[in-house]
Design a protein around this ligand. Structure first.
Ligand SMILES: Nc1ncnc2c1ncn2[C@@H]1O[C@H](COP(=O)(O)OP(=O)(O)OP(=O)(O)O)[C@@H](O)[C@H]1O
Ligand SMILES: [Mg+2]
Length: 360
């Protein structure tokens, strides 16, 4: 069932940025790898942005370049990194720009089965007709091979190792056999087919990839945003976009965002902006979490009080977003507000410090 993009909570990138993709396609004169709908230069521009195109990912251009070269080759791409560093977003943007769709996706979990990776059967038809192409239910990977598109495999290392190994022959021979079907029972990958997997470093060791599978991938590590100004600008623009989606114009003030982004960075990095050591949380306090906290602060301000969000709202949100179920982290946050926030200048830092009693 299709719902118009402005009624969807989160339209996929190819719908959200359909205008930009159409413009890039129209003016694209550069060589395209077989099966791609845009050249590498246009894909890079779509993701990195410029004066006419929105910047969608903050990272080194070389990461995007290496990722694209891998996808045009006979190796699959694995994006690894800390949670909330935009691995899934990068894979979505690459897929939508390269093949026009980011929806061919397998969500990896402990419950992922080989059927979900390869193909399943419509049992009513299977019983009535026996194995036939009509009774076969193709997986996202199967369709990507047939259509020459990119398939995304989210959180691959959460899948059981034997299910992951089902990819081995597909990635090396670029061929998927369906032994149950009589006659022509092989699906050959069309030009343009490839796979982007994502994996979280926090899940490392859950189901590590076999050495054989690792050889079929190029690994790219995605790091948190290093530069404060870039992270602040990203949080600001993402929150503006989320609020605009709800029809809200007011945004958190630059001072509130400064407290939020600084606090998140210092709790993540273990160094404060003056260069002194500070305590690091064991829970992940990523840019993605900073964006969602900034968004909830704005919603809280707007719907409960009619303002744009206050520094005290950050304290209120910190326990749920950054300490989760770890009491040690809660203590660290308390000490951070006591020791660091109290020394900073400005009303916004003072209000943040004054609201420390809101921590549970
Ligand atoms: N470098 C970045 N560039 C752009 N957005 C970023 C960046 N880092 C974090 N974000 C924010 O994080 C959100 C995306 O997080 P995403 O779900 O893609 O992360 P992830 O690395 O896949 O996390 P997880 O490991 O938990 O699956 C984006 O929508 C954006 O708001
Ligand atoms: Mg992800």
């Amino acid at each position: 069932m299709t719902i118009s993009p402005n009624k969807q909570q989160r339209p996929p990138a190819e719908q959200l940025y359909a205008d930009e993709l159409a413009r890039l396609k129209k003016s694209d004169r550069d060589p395209k790898p077989p099966g791609w709908q845009l050249s590498m230069k246009a894909v890079r521009r779509f993701i990195m942005g410029d004066k006419d195109i929105r910047t969608k990912i903050v990272c080194a251009p070389s990461l995007i370049e290496r990722a694209m070269v891998t996808l045009a080759s006979n190796r699959a791409l694995l994006l690894v990194g800390e949670p909330g560093t935009a691995k899934s977003l990068l894979s979505e943007l690459l897929a939508s720009a390269i093949c026009g769709s980011s929806l061919l996706t397998i969500q990896g979990s402990a419950a992922t089965t080989e059927d979900q990776i390869k193909y399943g059967w419509n049992y009513a038809l299977l019983l009535a007709e026996g194995p036939s192409p009509r009774a076969l239910v193709p997986s996202a990977l199967y369709r990507a091979m047939q259509e020459g598109r990119i398939v995304r495999f989210e959180e691959i290392t959460r899948c059981p190792a034997e299910v992951q190994d089902g990819l081995l022959s597909i990635l090396s021979e670029r061929l998927l056999m369906v032994p149950e079907l009589p006659g022509e029972n092989a699906v050959f990958a069309a030009p343009g087919f490839n796979l982007i997997a994502t994996a979280n470093t926090r899940d490392r060791g859950v189901n590590d990839m076999s050495a054989a599978l690792k050889r079929r991938f190029s690994f790219e590590t995605v790091f948190p945003i290093a530069d404060y100004d870039q992270e602040l600008a990203l949080v600001q623009s993402e929150v503006a976009r989320l609020l605009a989606g709800d029809g809200l114009k007011q945004q958190p003030s630059p001072e509130v965002l400064e407290v939020l982004v600084t606090t998140f960075r210092e709790l993540r990095q273990g160094v404060d902006r003056e260069g002194a050591a500070s305590e690091r949380l064991s829970t992940v306090v990523s840019t993605a979490e900073a964006v969602s906290v900034a968004y909830s602060i704005a919603l809280r301000g707007h719907y409960l009080r009619g303002d744009a969000g206050q520094p005290a709202d950050i304290v209120e949100a910190l326990a749920g977003a950054a300490a989760k179920d770890n009491p040690d982290d809660l203590k660290k946050i308390r000490r951070y507000i006591e020791n660091k926030a109290s020394k900073r200048k400005g009303d916004h830092w003072r209000d943040f410090h004054a609201a420390r009693h809101l921590l549970p």
